[in-house]
Write a protein that binds this ligand. Structure first.
Ligand SMILES: Cc1cc2nc3c(=O)[nH]c(=O)nc-3n(C[C@H](O)[C@H](O)[C@H](O)COP(=O)(O)OP(=O)(O)OC[C@H]3O[C@@H](n4cnc5c(N)ncnc54)[C@H](O)[C@@H]3O)c2cc1C
Length: 460
């Protein structure tokens, strides 16, 4: 039975869990629908809410980096998922990385025990006619995808991403690999001075042989992958989000592309030679126990046997045990510039909100953040209050502004970055030439404007 004083949230991922929590905390009864574990997305592996499907890193913590600014805003706005991430953090230099199991289990427990949230493990196959937040993610079920395509009046875009492999750390050969963080920037949790990351160094010759093997390796044919897609949607967009390019695709862009990309050696010295290696493969801790590590930036669509063969050419990984292989996946998102307002409401239906990856936001924390705003605004809608538009000088406000104002012709998913903020001049401040200081000024402006916004609301 649909009740207009309650809110429906579809999808218990990063955005949906945060949205449900925010609405419930504001006094609204929430029915949260999550189709797992009965129906799988093909990428999630467990039953928990807020499962991180690939990297366990939630991005930089540094206050003069865009993801750091976003986290400061989320902290101020009372994000559940950020709080849980801080509680389940693992060492990752200047970044916030979590034990994915502990993170998802704690979010699930918080949602399940909230007195105003009812969690229903069911797939939703139509858009409800009651107030609703759709946060069904990049792997929205086919039936709901069709319903959204019907509502939107235009086709979806399928877009491809890829995930990186995870290996067991006790299979790494430390006579070749060494521990260090770039520029010695270790997290507070680093047990010793050695560093948070495991680094596999390569000489120029080793690097060139590796790149050659990578380029020649067998990939899972895109055609097979496309054939798995549902009918009624645009399946021809066989291109990748630049921030998540498969390593073998990047390697094809030029001999040194990887050495300037995920394998860049800057800030690292091999303790055995005292020199900077020609290239480095970095491994980042993936679970609290510190037994699993992922290959940073090594999203891939190679066949599994080829991943074993080629990635074992990396010095230190000759006996690597792969606990998860890299894979490709689809990424479904709507044309937000046409369909959404910066409040994350549908332009044509004010009780319908969207949040998360499905609106064309990239990055775990960006998805949490849009879930926060959608849940907050949906609660306000249910309670008869006008929805909120955050200042465009905040990172979250800028993200929502960007995706709802981008040119529809070349709309691409966007993650938190300083390029989407108004310049300092645009907000009446003197320009700052030096990049680092300019970013610090952006961070200060975001904090100041968010505070002013909250105090105008009476929530400060
Ligand atoms: C394989 C893969 C790898 C990725 N790697 C990264 C990465 O390394 N870093 C990064 O920042 N981002 C990555 N992403 C993007 C990542 O998905 C998002 O950052 C984040 O998970 C999106 O949050 P979300 O809440 O929008 O979607 P999700 O977290 O996917 O949550 C959506 C939820 O909705 C549920 N659902 C779907 N359809 C229905 C339905 N009809 N009824 C009920 N429930 C439904 C799903 O089961 C899922 O739990 C990756 C995505 C995929 C698929």
């Amino acid at each position: 039975m649909i009740d207009s004083s309650e809110l429906i949230v579809i999808g218990g991922g990063l955005a949906g869990s945060e949205a449900a929590w925010q609405a419930a905390e504001r006094g609204v009864r929430v029915r949260l629908y999550e189709m797992r574990p009965h129906t799988s997305t093909g990428a999630h592996t467990g039953p928990h809410l807020a499962e991180l499907v690939c990297s366990n890193s939630l991005g930089s913590l540094q206050s003069d980096r865009a993801p750091g600014v976003l986290k400061t805003e989320l902290e101020r706005l009372g994000s559940l998922l950020l709080r849980v991430a801080n509680e389940t953090a693992v060492p990752a230099g200047g970044a916030l990385a979590v034990d994915r199991e502990a993170f998802a289990a704690r979010v699930t427990q918080a949602i399940e025990s909230h007195p105003r949230i009812t969690l229903l493990r069911q797939e939703v196959d139509a858009i409800p006619t009651a107030p609703v937040v759709i946060a069904s993610g990049p792997l929205t079920s086919p039936a709901l995808s069709r319903a959204i395509a019907g509502f939107a009046g235009q086709e979806h875009l399928y877009f491809f991403d890829a995930i990186a492999p995870i290996i067991a750390i006790d299979s790494v050969d430390f006579s070749a690999a060494f521990r260090a963080s770039r520029y010695g920037r270790n997290s507070a949790q680093a047990e010793d001075e050695a560093g948070d990351y495991v680094n596999c160094p390569m000489t120029k010759e080793e690097y060139e042989a590796f790149v050659e093997a990578l380029i020649a390796a067998e990939r899972i044919a895109l055609k097979d992958f496309e054939l798995e897609l549902e009918g009624g949607v645009r399946a021809g967009a066989n291109h990748f989000f630049e921030g998540c390019l498969p390593v073998e695709i990047m390697a094809r862009r030029g001999k040194e592309a990887l050495a300037f990309g995920p394998m860049r050696p800057v800030g690292l010295r091999d303790p055995r030679t005292g020199h900077r290696p020609h290239a480095v493969v970095q491994l980042r801790q993936d679970n609290l126990a510190g037994t699993l590590y992922n290959l940073v930036g090594f999203q891939t669509n190679l066949t599994f046997p080829e991943q074993r063969r080629v990635f074992r050419l990396i010095p230190g990984l000759q006996n690597a045990e792969f606990v998860r292989y890299g894979q490709m996946h689809r990424n479904t998102f709507i044309f937000s510039p046409v369909l959404l307002r910066p409040t994350l409401q549908a332009r044509s239906r004010e009780d319908l909100f969207f949040a998360g990856q499905i609106i064309g936001v990239e990055g775990y924390m960006g998805n949490v953040a849009t879930g926060l705003l959608a849940g907050w605004n949906a609660a306000r809608f249910v309670q008869g209050q006008p929805p909120l538009e955050l200042p465009p000088t905040t990172m979250l406000g800028a993200l929502c502004h960007y995706i709802t104002h981008a040119s529809p012709g070349d709309f691409q998913p966007m993650k938190a970055n300083f390029g989407i903020l108004p310049t300092l001049e645009e907000s009446g401040e003197p320009p700052v030439r030096q990049k680092r200081q300019r970013y610090q000024a952006y961070a200060a402006r975001s904090a100041r404007d968010l505070e002013a916004f909250l105090s105008r609301l009476g929530a400060g």
